[in-house]
Design a protein around this ligand. Structure first.
Ligand SMILES: Cc1cc2nc3c(=O)[nH]c(=O)nc-3n(C[C@H](O)[C@H](O)[C@H](O)COP(=O)(O)O)c2cc1C
Length: 152
């Protein structure tokens, strides 16, 4: 049966969006793992209940995740708490010069969600370079393979 990676994302000026597209392209190489893009501004519990693996992708704004991703968490927390989903996840941060604050605060929220981090934080500073995008496509391929093999 096919497995599902969902990417919950928000981007204001396009950098996070470019990383998400490269990741999506990599996952889409897989014949056994499907990828769905979830706009963080349109939260739904199905974005989580129908996923086997979640990627949260956001710019760092004022040392925090974007308001868009925070909105997704605000809107889904009570249902997640009831369902006890315990999903594996990975954080993708696009930052000007830091990114650690957004990553740290996502992990704090994930403690409440009961989700577990299985991949190192992916923090890219500035406009993603062709090499960054290539690395994200390769990461997508690796995530899909790992999920398919039951590593996550
Ligand atoms: C309102 C605002 C606040 C920001 N705060 C930070 C910050 O705290 N740390 C940082 O490294 N970059 C910060 N940046 C830069 C963005 O994180 C960076 O430009 C990022 O690549 C934008 O991603 P996006 O194109 O997906 O919107 C900020 C940008 C804006 C517009």
């Amino acid at each position: 049966m096919a497995k599902h990676i969902h990417i919950v994302w928000h981007s204001k000026t396009g950098n996070t969006a470019a990383l998400v597209k490269a990741l999506y392209d990599g996952i889409s190489h897989s014949e056994t793992v499907n990828c769905r893009l979830i706009d963080a501004l349109n939260p739904s519990i199905e974005a989580l209940t129908e996923a086997d693996f979640i990627v949260f992708a956001t710019p760092e704004n004022f040392g925090y995740m974007s308001g868009g991703l925070k909105h997704f968490f605000d809107e889904t927390y009570y249902e997640v708490e009831e369902l006890q989903l315990a999903l594996p996840y990975c954080a993708v941060i696009s930052a000007g010069n830091d990114g650690t604050g957004a990553a740290r605060e996502i992990h704090r929220i994930m403690t409440g969600y009961g989700f577990h981090k299985v991949v190192e934080d992916q923090i890219i500073k500035g406009t993603p370079s062709p090499n960054d995008l290539k690395a994200f496509t390769e990461l997508g391929i690796a995530l899909a393979e790992g999920l398919s093999l039951g590593i996550y």
